[in-house]
Design a protein around this ligand. Structure first.
Ligand SMILES: [Zn+2]
Length: 1018
């Protein structure tokens, strides 16, 4: 509640700290000498809480008073930067609204809601005339976005006289980084109230957008957690911030490509509507203030102008702060600038510019901050480096980042024409790029490709992110690419082709770069296993096509006549929704490839043998809704089959870390896969097998032993994670009276017992190491190759056992997979050893790039040609007329002698030697389904890799039989950050076929089906 307003009229006073800081340079003293009364109490408290007077500038050492607008002290009863206090997002939002209610210079509106129903807000600040006609300024920026609709003359008028750039400040994404949201409250007040020339220039020349807390769910949990720990005795362990958002933690800043999270979607929507010129994200993970540029390599799709804009702003920060003697403001030596998954990539994808700060932590407690030589040394990129030791606290954090933000706003305000013109030029260049020699003129996404539903999903994602997409009005061939009527075409002559360049290219990250900050490869169509063809012939623009104006759906439904339905297993992810949506409907899975009515079906096809009228109607509606095709026939196909028994699923998470499982959980929720969610200790003291058929235990991170130990036990008091009066934002997702401790060996035995009694355990990444480490599943060795350098990248998977249910639906003998060096599994196949490598020489980076393997070696491509960029080889099975736009021509892509689909023939084709290594295995040995190629030069599809010899013929997926059940281990990451839609079904197959995973082995080895009354010919 706002407390009583205090008035400080009369002669402006300057605090002693402020007076000491008045810089000699002309102009810098004006802001405290402009005749505006200051809020003496607030100003006194600034000086009181500041731990080192060097961390201040004339911009922030005082607060102006206002007759009408409440200060943070008025509203919250404390100033920003008060030690020992944090503010809930809801209260921050109330304060910003109080400012807007009190001043015509500001307005606040809702951006939308988080997964947990909390509001994200946007505040706009400018002079009152601008705020009164904000929509006009939005429209001006939209005009500058599209050179196809805006003349050069009009653009110059907009740039020179009419338009104003928008500078959008976002914070509170990383919930433990608490200072940005606090600081932005004071900044908002200052921008609205201060009458200095400096601030007036900002107010009049630009529009400042503020989103103080973007991860609103995590902020409220963080504040709860802070106050909970504040009251705990010192000797007791602190409660970690267990969950941030509903799904992911720090990775909420890695969602820009996939956009699973509401916060990313809302930011994307604002970028598309308002076209903010600069997006600036405030973080806290460096000393004292890092202003982003990064070490490079920079993403190759970013316009050169964008790169230079990063440096202009960063150097202005370093200059202005160094000029005032503020130590520790620097750039360059953190982060690279390569991967387009950060939130601020939403700006870059749309030809605006994103930047970020990393400030020394707000705390909110005062402390001594000591740094090592690698942080305090004077380097070219930090001419005034951090000090070896300084007294730090929340007011230091507030002062340093608010000052730098003000210098950035002023910089934009002083150079509006430059940055508006830059934006205009970037948009023009993007449109023109399509006509440059050798450039991609258009991307074609065949609508009738094998994975038609996921192709439509990919189209919808690109549409939502602002890419314009057309549909071909007729069939034609252009630039060697066959386009069928209805195919999707992303024209290259559009402003946001930058996004297409970023996502749809293949990456070659040189090993001579500094160590990459995040993933090195991400090619959209490879990770989604969707075919996208590049057209390099501009005559494509003369073809008739119609703009897509709404989300699209693959053509689904039933063709043919008869009481039996056969749904081809395309690995379209909607198939798993289809199974769970109709859990009561009897469905079988074909165990071999077969022909029906002249069409080929891949093993795994769903057979619905006996539908009631009501079931048939419901199923048909779902098929249309989900974009899935089915063939109606009068008899059950003559092929071995098993029941698709709907499993009861248990889902294990760890209190140590919820980050990665959150992506898996989000995937399950999206596709409607039901599960019981419990922590590692939840495996103890009950009969798991009686409760569940499948248990999913996603990547946590750390050693196998760490998985058994759980959260380290400190002190005597339990560490509850619960919703209480004092922690109203905790709990909900899961709760416990004590997060400490783990499942221990007893838990491991409980899981083994679950499997031995016929359960299926699904593990990925770090959790796939547990059973081999403790020798519960013999025949699988864990390896830690020292010479292997495999940061997140797209590698090749060879389908060495296409008869395994885990490989059902996957066509051909290979699949792009996402792998990072968490776990390397050796399950036979007599692989080779690693060889010497010397990565990260850090000298002449991008001149020396790793060779990529061709996506389709059978085509004889060199790995970088247009034809090789197709992620899905298509398939001979595509001509299902339930998919109206079937592409008969795709059959050309596939060699009918494909070894992966003929059980008895000796392997042939480019991966024959890899496949051959796994032939003739013992019946009870681990069954390798997907493996790295045995030739290291055939692994890397996008990103980087060194020492690939250490991965030769290593298992990517192992189905380890144990008793009557199975442990299915993924060393790849099938559910990586909502980007790997192409490998989701490897996991879904294991779930759907949980009690028939032995299918496809010789009949003597096959396990009896658990359920009865099954398939026609089983
Ligand atoms: Zn951060």
């Amino acid at each position: 509640m706002p407390r009583g307003r205090r008035r400080f009229m009369g002669v402006p006073a300057i605090s002693i700290a402020a007076a000491a800081l008045l810089a000699p340079a002309a102009g810098s003293a004006q802001t405290t000498r402009d005749g505006q009364p200051i809020d003496e109490e607030y100003t006194r408290l600034i000086a009181e809480h500041l731990q080192d007077e060097r961390i201040s500038t004339e911009l922030v050492d005082h607060l102006p008073a206002s007759e009408t607008v409440p200060t943070p002290l008025d509203f919250h009863g404390r100033i920003v930067g008060t030690p020992g206090e944090l503010t809930y997002a809801a209260d921050i939002h109330r304060y910003l609204r109080a400012i807007a209610d009190a001043s015509p210079r500001a307005t606040v509106w809702s951006m939308g809601q988080s997964e947990e129903g909390r509001e994200m807000v946007l505040m706009a600040i400018a002079d009152s005339a601008t705020i009164a006609s904000l929509e006009n300024y939005r429209d001006y920026l939209q005009e500058l976005t599209d050179p196809r609709a805006t003349s050069e003359e009009r653009a110059q008028a907009l740039i020179g006289e009419m338009a104003k750039p928008i500078y959008w400040l976002i914070s509170g994404m990383h919930s433990p980084e608490t200072g940005g949201p606090e600081m932005l409250q004071e900044l908002a007040y200052r921008l609205v109230v201060q009458e200095s020339d400096f601030v007036r220039t900002i107010r009049e020349n630009i529009i400042t957008f503020i989103t103080p807390v973007i991860e609103v769910d995590g902020r409220e949990k963080q504040v709860d957690t802070y106050y909970f720990n504040k009251d705990r005795p010192d000797e007791e362990g602190d409660l970690p911030l267990t969950y941030w958002g509903k799904y992911v933690a720090h990775d909420n800043n890695r969602d820009a490509m996939g956009q699973m999270l509401q916060l990313t979607r809302q930011v994307n929507a604002v970028q598309l509507e308002w076209a903010p010129t600069i997006m600036h994200d405030l973080h806290e993970a460096q000393n004292y203030l890092y202003s982003s540029t990064g070490t490079g390599p920079y993403n190759e799709a970013f316009d050169a102008i964008t790169i230079t804009e990063w440096w202009m702003f960063a150097e202005n920060d370093v200059l202005e702060m160094a000029k005032r003697g503020v130590p520790g403001v620097w750039t360059y030596g953190f982060y690279d600038g390569w991967t387009p998954n950060y939130l601020f990539t939403v700006a870059h994808a749309h030809n605006a510019t994103g930047r970020f700060y990393e400030v020394a932590s707000y705390g909110p407690d005062n402390r001594t901050l000591s740094v090592g030589a690698t942080v305090s040394s004077r380097e070219w990129f930090r001419p005034n480096p951090p000090l070896p030791e300084i007294e730090w606290g929340p007011r230091n954090n507030t002062n340093i980042q608010q000052s730098a933000v003000l210098f950035s706003l002023k910089y934009l305000a002083d150079h509006t024409e430059t940055f508006l013109d830059n934006y205009w030029v970037k948009n023009k260049r993007a449109v023109a790029r399509a006509r440059e020699d050798g450039a991609v003129a258009a991307w074609v996404i065949p609508a009738g490709q094998r994975r038609a539903a996921d192709a439509a999903d990919a189209v919808n994602e690109l549409l939502r992110q602002g890419l314009e997409i057309h549909r071909a009005d007729g069939s034609f061939e252009v630039g060697g690419v066959r386009v069928e009527e209805g195919d999707y075409i992303a024209r290259g002559d559009q402003p946001f082709r930058t996004l297409a360049d970023m996502y749809l290219s293949r990456q070659q990250f040189s090993l001579e770069n500094p160590r990459p900050y995040d993933d090195t490869g991400w090619t959209f169509q490879l990770m989604r296993n969707v075919r996208i063809d590049e057209v390099r012939d501009t005559s494509v623009f003369d073809r008739r096509m119609t703009l897509v104006t709404d989300s699209v759906r693959a053509s689904g439904g039933v063709s043919g006549r008869g009481s039996v339905l056969v749904v081809e297993h395309t690995t379209d992810n909607n198939l798993v929704s289809f199974r769970f949506r109709h859990a009561g409907v009897r469905m079988l899975a074909a165990e071999e490839d077969f022909e029906l009515d002249g069409r080929s079906y891949r093993a795994g096809a769903f057979v619905l043998p006996s539908l009631s009228d009501a079931e048939r109607a419901a199923v048909e509606a779902s098929l249309v809704d989900l974009g899935l095709g089915a063939r109606a026939t009068s008899e059950v196909p003559d092929v071995p089959a098993h029941e698709l028994d709907v499993p009861r699923i248990g889902y294990i998470h760890s209190w140590r870390r919820t980050q990665d499982e959150g992506w898996v959980r989000g995937t399950f929720d999206h596709y409607g896969i039901p599960y019981d969610y419990f922590d590692e200790k939840g495996v103890l003291g009950r009969d798991l097998r009686a409760a569940y058929d499948v248990i999913v235990y996603p990547h946590v991170g750390g050693s196998a032993e760490a998985h058994l130990n759980g959260v380290t036990i400190e002190g005597d008091l339990p560490l509850p994670y619960q919703r209480t009066e004092k922690t109203p934002n905790l709990g909900g997702i899961d709760e416990t009276e004590d997060i400490r401790g783990g499942m221990g060996l007893e838990g491991l035995m409980a899981l083994a017992d679950f499997v031995k009694r016929g359960g299926t355990l699904l593990v990925e990444g770090s959790t796939s190491a547990i059973f081999p480490e403790y020798d519960v599943t013999p025949g699988i060795d864990l390896e830690q190759p020292e010479q292997l350098v495999a940061p997140g990248a797209v590698q090749r998977g060879v389908i060495v056992d296409p008869s395994s249910p885990i490989a059902y639906g996957y066509d051909g003998d290979q699949l792009p997979v996402f792998f990072r060096n968490d776990v390397v599994l050796n399950a036979g196949g007599t692989p080779g050893d690693g060889s010497d490598t010397s990565p990260w020489a850090n000298t002449t980076p991008m001149a020396t790039r790793p060779d990529l393997a061709p996506v389709d070696p059978a085509s004889g491509g060199d790995g970088t040609s247009a034809a090789d960029t197709a992620g899905n080889r298509g398939g001979a099975n595509d001509a299902d007329d339930a998919n109206a736009a079937g592409r008969a021509d795709e059959a050309d892509d596939v060699d009918d002698t494909d070894p992966a689909t003929s059980d008895d023939a000796a392997p042939s084709g480019p991966f024959a030697s890899t496949i051959g290594r796994f032939a003739g295995r013992d019946a009870d040995a681990p069954r390798v389904v997907l493996a790295f190629p045995d030739d290291p030069t055939q692994m890397l599809l996008s990103g980087t890799l060194s020492g690939g010899e250490a991965l030769a013929a290593r298992a990517q997926i192992v189905d380890a039989p144990l008793g009557e059940g199975h442990v299915v281990m993924f060393s790849i990451r099938p559910f990586w950050r909502w980007q790997t839609q192409g490998t989701f079904f490897l996991g879904f197959n294991a779930i759907l076929n949980w009690n028939d995973l032995g299918a496809g082995l010789e009949s003597a080895e096959r396990e009896p089906a658990v359920s009865q009354g099954g398939a026609s010919s089983h």
